[in-house]
Design a protein around this ligand. Structure first.
Ligand code: C5P
Length: 223
């Protein structure tokens, strides 16, 4: 029997993480944060001073990551690399920027593909990313593409960073969001596009609860 999967794709900051976590909790399913795989690869690349131009060395790193995801309090997940907790480090600005660059490399994506597919185990999986519905799980019965205006996404990130005590201007955030969107959308390898059969939701001005209700309703209809 195939494992039920809901894919949640879309640009950064649209609320995919919140939606995926809520869906996984509601349904009692596992969760794949595929962005974390690209972030951890970027972390290892930066930590080992590997040039961002050396695709084969980076793909080699990606295929040998000694990585563990450990569920932590309040829906957070601890990310361990060789036993070291790097959960905060992979969210840094330098890691985010490097992650977006390594994610554009075909050999790196290929190196991470099987690891992602192995996460599809009973009772079900919510897979969060950019290419979950188009490349990694093309047969998933429910595919969501969650988007929001770049301004709304920048404001959201701004609030999150301020709450964490980090200071960054809204204008600067908007600029980096637009730069990463362009890289994700225009790359040759697994570009960010909705699957042809995706349920597209624009979350601009809509509450997270209302988005969750819409997706849960669809999930029940497709059971
Ligand atoms: O989702 P998150 O921001 O953590 O992802 C980090 C980076 O990894 C993104 O900038 C995106 O370029 C890349 N990514 C990807 N494919 C995925 C998930 C993330 O290319 N499935």
């Amino acid at each position: 029997m195939s494992v039920p999967i809901i894919t949640v794709d879309g640009p950064g900051g649209a609320g995919k993480g919140t939606l995926s976590y809520s869906l996984a909790s509601e349904l009692g399913w596992g969760m794949l944060d595929s962005g974390a795989l690209y972030r951890v690869t970027a972390f290892a690349v930066l930590a080992n001073d590997v040039p961002l131009s050396d695709e084969s060395a980076i793909a080699n790193i990606a295929s040998h990551l000694a990585l563990e995801f450990v569920p932590a309090a309040e829906g957070l997940t601890q990310v361990l690399l060789n036993g070291q907790d790097i959960s905060l480090a992979i969210r840094s600005e330098s890691c985010s920027s490097a992650a977006s660059k390594v994610a554009a490399m075909g050999d790196v994506r290929a190196a991470l593909l099987e690891r992602q597919r192995q996460m599809a185990v009973a009772p079900g999986l919510v897979a969060d990313g950019r290419d979950m519905g188009t490349v990694v799980f093309p047969d998933a019965p429910l595919k969501v593409f969650l988007t929001a205006s770049a301004e709304a996404r920048a404001e959201r990130r701004h609030r999150q960073l301020l709450a964490k005590g980090e200071s960054v201007t809204l204008a600067r955030l908007l600029e980096t969001i637009e730069e990463r969107d362009a890289r994700d959308r225009n790359r040759t390898e697994s570009p960010l596009v909705p699957a042809t059969d995706a349920l597209v939701i624009d979350s601009t001005g809509i509450s997270a609860d209302s988005v969750l209700d819409t997706v849960l309703r669809e999930a029940r209809l497709r059971k």
